[in-house]
Ligand binder design. Structure first.
Ligand code: NZQ
Ligand code: ZN
Length: 394
C-alpha cells in the first residue's frame, strides 16, 4: 500500500445562500484589494457577479474586474490579469465561475510575484513557492479546481494545453451553492459529471489495490454521480441531486479517493490534446477517450475492471468469464455516456474523423516530444498513445 499525505486546506462553505458570506471570507483571508475574475457572461446573466461585487463594496473591499475567461482558459488573458493585478496592487483573487475561471485565477496568482513569464511554471522551468491567495464562488461542478492543487492553461502559441500542480495555489475558500448550478445547460451538466467520475476513475484504476476504504469511497462517489445525473437532466432545479453532484465534484479531486493508491492520468493527458487541438469541452474529451483506453489496458488487471463492472455498473459477475464481465462494464459505461449526451469516440466529439496527421501531432504533444510516457495502470509509450487515438477514432 502506498504511503500518502492528505492535504485539503480549503474552507468549504456549502449550501443555499452561501455566497452571502463571500465578502466576509475575502476579509478573513486578508483581501483588501480584490481581482474579481469571471468567464463569458453566465455570472452576469444570473446576477451572481453583481451580488458579489455589491457585497464587497458594502464590506469596504476594493475590487477590480476581469472577465472573458473561456473554457480551456488562455495564457493571454492570464498575462492581462497579471499586469492588472500589479498595476492595481491587488492582494487577493476571487474566481467567480467554474474550473476555467479558477485555473486562470491560479495562473495569475503564480504570475504576480514572479519576474519571468508565468508559462515557465507550466513548462516546469520554475517552481513557485508563493502565489497570491485565491478564493472561489463555484458555478459548475466538474473540474474540482476549487479544492485541487492543479491549474490547466492553454497557450495559444501552438495550442499547447498544460497542467501544473502545487499546494501554494490551493483556494483559501470555496463557496458552493447548488442553486447556482440550476442554469447549467444539459451538455455542461453531463460533461461536468463525466469529469467528476473520471477524476475518481483515474485513481480507481490502479495496481495498488490494497486500500479498500479508498476503493469503497470511490465506488460510492461513482454510483452517486450516476444516480444523480438523470434527475438533474430531467429537472435542472433539483436541489438535492445538484447538491450531490456539487459536493461529489470537490471530493473527486481533493484526493480523498486517491489516498494510498497510485493514480493513472492517461485519459486526462490524452484528452487534453483533443481540447488543445479542437477546443473540445474537457469532460466530453474524456468520455471520447476512456472506452478505448479501457479496452487497451484492461488485461493489465482484469479483476479491477470486473470489480468496476459489478460494483459501479451493476453488471452480474460471470465467474466463468472475468474478461467478459470486464468488457460488459466498459460497454455499460459507453451506454451511460450516450444516455447523458456524451460522445464515446473522437468522431462523435468533433463531428468528423480525426486524421492520421492530427493523431501524430497529438501523440507528439502528449509525450512532450516523445520524451515522456503517460499512465501507471499500464505505462503508455508513444506507440500505445497513438494506438489509443486510433482505437478512439470512431
Ligand atoms: O463562461 P461562462 O459564461 O461562465 O460559461 C461557462 C462555460 O461556458 C458555463 N457555466 C459555468 N457555470 C455556469 C455556466 N453556464 C450556466 N450556468 C452556470 N452556473 O459552463 C462552461 C464551462 O465552464 P468551465 O469553467 O470551462 O467548466 P469546467 O469547470 O468543466 O472547467 C474546465 C477546465 O478545467 C480544467 C479543464 O481542463 C478545463 O480547462 N481542469 C482543471 C482541473 C483542476 N484545476 O484541478 C482538473 C480537471 O481535470 C480539468 O483538467
Ligand atoms: Zn478533469
Amino acid at each position: 500500500m502506498k504511503d500518502f499525505v492528505y492535504y485539503a486546506p480549503t474552507e468549504v462553505v456549502f449550501g443555499e445562500h452561501s455566497e452571502d458570506k463571500t465578502a466576509c471570507l475575502v476579509k478573513k483571508y486578508g483581501g483588501n484589494k480584490v481581482l474579481v475574475h469571471y468567464g463569458g457572461g453566465s455570472v452576469k446573466k444570473s446576477g451572481l457577479l453583481d451580488k458579489v461585487c455589491t457585497q464587497l463594496k458594502e464590506a469596504g473591499v476594493d475590487a477590480v474586474l476581469l472577465g472573458g475567461v473561456v473554457p480551456n482558459p488562455r495564457l493571454s488573458l492570464v498575462h492581462q490579469g497579471i499586469d492588472l493585478c500589479r498595476k492595481e496592487g491587488v492582494d487577493f483573487i476571487l474566481a467567480v465561475g467554474g474550473g476555467s475561471v479558477i485555473d486562470s485565477a491560479k495562473a495569475i496568482a503564480y504570475g504576480v510575484p514572479y519576474d519571468g513569464d508565468v508559462w515557465d511554471v507550466y513548462l516546469r522551468k520554475y517552481s513557485p513557492d508563493k502565489a497570491l491567495p485565491i478564493g472561489c464562488v463555484l458555478t459548475i461542478p466538474a473540474a474540482g479546481s476549487e479544492m485541487s492543487d492543479s491549474s490547466v492553461i492553454t497557450n495559444e502559441e501552438g495550442w499547447v494545453k498544460l497542467g501544473y500542480s502545487n499546494n501554494v495555489c490551493r483556494a483559501k475558500f470555496a463557496i458552493m451553492n447548488p442553486c447556482r448550478t440550476f442554469t447549467l445547460p444539459p451538455y455542461q451538466t453531463a460533461a461536468g459529471v463525466t469529469d467528476i467520475m473520471m477524476h475518481t476513475m483515474e485513481r480507481y484504476f490502479t495496481q495498488d489495490d490494497e486500500m479498500n476504504l479508498t476503493t469503497e469511497l470511490a465506488e460510492a462517489l461513482l454510483r452517486t454521480m450516476k444516480e444523480s445525473v438523470f434527475p438533474v437532466l430531467e429537472n435542472p432545479c433539483d436541489y438535492r441531486h445538484r447538491a450531490q453532484i456539487m459536493w461529489g465534484g470537490s471530493l473527486a479531486h481533493n484526493d480523498l479517493t486517491g489516498c494510498g493508491v497510485t493514480g493513472d492520468w492517461a485519459t486526462h493527458e490524452i484528452g487534453h490534446e483533443l481540447s488543445g487541438l479542437f477546443n473540445a469541452t474537457h469532460g466530453a474529451s474524456l468520455a471520447a477517450i476512456w472506452p478505448s483506453w479501457a479496452r487497451y489496458v484492461y488485461k493489465e488487471n482484469v479483476s479491477r475492471f470486473v470489480r468496476f463492472a459489478v460494483k459501479v455498473m451493476d453488471i452480474p459477475n460471470d465467474y466463468t468469464d472475468p474478461e467478459g464481465t470486464a468488457i460488459k462494464g466498459i460497454e455499460a459505461m459507453e451506454r451511460f455516456y450516450h444516455h447523458i449526451g456524451m460522445p464515446i469516440n473522437i468522431k462523435e466529439l468533433i463531428g468528423r474523423e480525426v486524421t492520421d496527421e492530427e493523431i501524430k501531432e497529438m501523440t507528439r504533444k502528449c509525450t512532450r516530444n516523445y520524451t515522456s510516457t503517460q499512465g501507471a495502470f499500464k505505462v503508455l509509450k508513444a506507440e500505445d498513445i497513438e494506438a489509443i487515438y486510433k482505437l478512439a477514432r470512431g
